[in-house]
Design a protein. Sequence first.
Length: 315
Amino acid sequence: MDWRLNDRAVRHAANLSELAGDLRIVPHDVAGARVYDFGIQAAGGLSAGLKLAQICMSGLAEISFATCDLGGVNWPSIQVISDHPLAACLFSQYAGWQIGVEKYFAMGSGPMRAASGRETVFQKFQYRETPAAVVGVLEGRKLPTPAVLAFLADKTGVSAENTTLLIAPTASQAGNVQVVARVVETALHKLFELGFDMQRIVSAFGTAPLSPVAKDDLTGIGRTNDAILYGGRVTLWVRGDDASLAEIGPQVPANASASYGRPFLEIFEAAGRDFYKIDPHLFSPAEIVFQNLDSGKAQTFGQINPSVLKQSFGI
């Protein structure tokens, strides 16, 4: 299916300039591109975080705030619902593009990835877009430079003038929200890496506690990961047989990893701050539920871990 993810995201981003005051974001012009600061110098906020997450998913998910019980404490949480999880999460939201140009670095996500189409997931599903305009989300601390826009134009085939970028650091209100809103995406990416037939997934529902905004990005990376690894709950509605779900299920939650059990920042430091030295099986929600639409059976794997969350969140 041609999802036209960039076209969808363009529509959702069209009124950002008008909403800049309400969202507490700041627009910039960089080499002709529209760049919106959601939390570097701009204050941003919770509403900005929701908008950022929704555009990152090309508008193919409903994202909202809720509450959860965090070891006896009433705590804010993020709720994500999608009837198009493969497109919303893996083709759009997944932060699969490391953007390094000269001395600039940021993690790239959003539908602009589909215009580049170089990642394994796009090759696997033979999906690529050739849009007139692209939208991307950057997780970083600095605004992109003209050299970054030239790099993106080369990779996406879309000029800077037709490029819209939204950026927020992890240690900001908006950045914090958009990272925790990846709770469903982490489940889907884990299943993809395990070789699961992603076409079986029909709908998705996920929740995760909203981590406190950290004083620095390193601490923010730890807390937002912990929110998902130890507090994320995802339900997937699927089709097909139950036996394969029972077989793959125990491999999906974060507790399937030998690295599980400590705050992520400790694990990250022990790995020399190198993500690639961390067991990739760790990156998944705490709990996964499969509801089989064909058999009517539900299977649950994993569990949340409030004690590690409290340690990570400092409560």
